[in-house]
Ligand binder design. Structure first.
Ligand code: SGN
Ligand code: CA
Length: 526
């Protein structure tokens, strides 16, 4: 690929900023990799049963070189809000991006702008998913909206605001652009590169070489697969993210042969799948149809119903999702190899995370949004040169910490208004005595797809309090309390259980304190 035009002005700026050799040598580079909807349950370094059947050797390699965070969370489990938290270091109500729609407040400074002002070259490739232009980036190649898996459209500084179709698979192309930036960067300046993969977002479309991977695998069912939501309040019962009812046969499970006759086919999901297939070239379409023909034959042969149908859907869902993860793992490996081959491991911090977690059939679900662990929690691996290898961290960390961490790695003090904390002190292996004891969560996107009600809450290292609220038109006021030590699957709501009166009071007090200290402006029906 040809070098892009932005390097020339950068060279000039570089000399204006007067970066000397010593400055350069002491500056840490940053590679921040963020996937879309990648669950910690599907990374083998985390040790769960799915990782054993579908290993992620390259992510494990990164974890072996660095630190695996076991309590990393988001503030608002949804893409656009999570990305706004990352860029601003602020909670959703502070940066304006509460839901998937609307705009982040662009008067807020993005950490990329601060890096630029401090002599960093900055780049973002892949899913941007905010309605503003990438702000504070010297180089970008970003997908349109959610982006497509096959031959997706990207926009860069060279395309005059237009999205241009690129030949290839999203995960590979995103890595190609990351390497393009690294290849053509000004090597006299430190860099920060954000690699934001589209995968494994719904509808989990594998690349051709993995269309048959895990074909004969039988994945274990999570303990909560048949959760009946009793003890929980209305939202857990009323959501629309159930594998048996809401996962579609055509769009999600790709049985395009069923056309309009299937009871599962609403018009949109037939059209959505067809549009995805129409993007493929003739060869890819042939490989795709051959692979899913097998699934179709199996579906027709089994004619499963009820509980069997739910299990069949789960198995096929996991195959596609894990095939997408295999490509991610390969491409993370390719990027690591590039960094190794170019002697960058000694002065580059590498972060791997996801914009939120995801349900792999827990509670019978796919998707995210809730404050329950699987969607609230994300994978997080940090490699930092010369720090302890193969270590694990149990401190409570959150995506508002990433901007301060990146700035800290660059030797820049975080601006006073950023609410998160740098994670670098944790990398020594000890949790500082003053580290936070609990974290705040807030989800706003209702009414919306999947019908998850608005809620906020607080979680400490053992307990979690969630408050669901509604609107004047659609009121709701209910609470849930969990003892995560005794009930890690969050099946037993202890709210108003007298044995937990003190715990409930303590968590309620913390929740009230967060709301008032952060000036949270909605948490009850309006
Ligand atoms: C799309 C998906 C939803 C998903 C949202 C948000 N539907 O709308 O299932 O919850 O994205 O995802 S689809 O029919 O378009 O696939 S997020 O990761 O961007 O927050
Ligand atoms: Ca996402």
């Amino acid at each position: 690929m040809k070098p892009t035009a932005f390097f020339v002005p950068l060279l000039l700026c570089n000399s204006l900023w007067g970066y000397g050799k010593n400055d350069r040598e002491s500056k840490m580079n940053i590679v921040y990799i963020m996937t879309d909807d990648h669950s910690y349950q599907t990374i083998s370094a985390y040790g769960g049963p799915l990782g054993k059947l579908a290993p992620t050797p390259n992510l494990d390699r990164l974890a072996a070189k660095g630190m695996l965070f076991q309590r990393a969370f988001v503030e608002n489990s949804l893409s656009t809000p999570s990305r706004a938290c990352l860029m601003t270091g602020l909670y959703s109500h502070q940066n304006g991006q509460r839901t998937l729609f609307g705009n982040v407040d662009t008067t807020k400074t993005f950490f990329s702008e601060i890096l630029q002002q401090n002599g960093y070259q900055t780049a973002v490739v892949g899913k941007w998913h905010m309605r503003c232009e990438p702000k504070g980036f010297d180089y970008y190649q970003v997908l349109w909206d959610q982006g497509a898996y096959y031959h997706p459209e990207f926009k860069s500084k060279d395309t005059n605001g237009k999205y241009v179709r690129r030949e290839g698979y999203a995960t590979t192309l995103t890595t190609d652009y990351a390497i393009d930036f690294l290849e053509h960067r000004n090597t006299s300046m430190p860099f920060c590169l954000l690699v934001h993969h589209k995968a494994p977002h719904r509808n989990w479309m594998p690349e051709p070489k993995y269309l048959h991977l895990y074909e004969n695998a039988e994945f274990p069912y999570p303990d909560t697969f048949d959760d009946d939501y009793n003890t929980r309040c209305r939202p857990a019962n009323e959501q629309e993210m159930q594998i048996d009812k809401d996962m579609t046969i055509v769009y999600d499970l790709k049985l395009n042969q069923l056309k309009d006759t299937s009871p599962y086919n609403k018009e949109w999901n037939v059209k959505g799948m067809q549009a995805s297939i129409n993007r493929m070239n003739v060869e890819e379409r042939g490989q795709w149809e051959a692979a899913y023909e097998k699934r179709y034959a199996d579906f027709m042969k089994k004619k499963a119903a009820g509980a069997d149908m739910k299990k069949w859907k789960y198995q096929e869902y996991l195959k596609d999702y894990l095939r997408c993860i295999k490509s991610i793992d390969d491409e993370v490996g390719r990027l690591l190899e590039y960094l190794e081959a170019h002697d960058l491991m000694e002065n580059t911090m590498i972060v791997y995370t996801s914009d939120q977690g995801f349900y792999m059939g827990e509670h019978g679900w796919f998707d995210k949004r809730f404050m329950y662990e699987e969607s609230f929690r994300t994978p997080l691996i940090i490699y930092y040169p010369q720090k302890k290898e193969n270590s694990k961290c149990n401190a409570l960390v959150q995506n508002i910490d990433y901007a301060p961490t990146i700035l800290d790695a660059a030797g820049i003090e975080k601006p006073h208004y950023m609410v998160g904390n740098s994670l670098l002190p944790l990398l020594s292996g000890k949790i500082p005595a003053k580290w936070r004891r609990d974290i705040y969560y807030h989800y706003y996107d209702y009414p919306a797809q999947h019908k998850v009600r608005r809620h906020d809450g607080v979680r400490d290292s053992r307990y979690k309090l969630i408050h669901f609220y509604g609107t004047k038109k659609d009121p709701l006021d209910c609470n849930e309390l969990y003892d995560l030590k005794k009930d890690p699957n969050e099946l037993n709501n202890l709210y108003d259980d007298l044995k937990y009166k003190k715990v409930q009071q303590r968590l309620q007090k913390r929740l009230d304190e967060y709301r008032s200290a952060l000036k949270v402006d909605e948490y009850n029906d309006k």
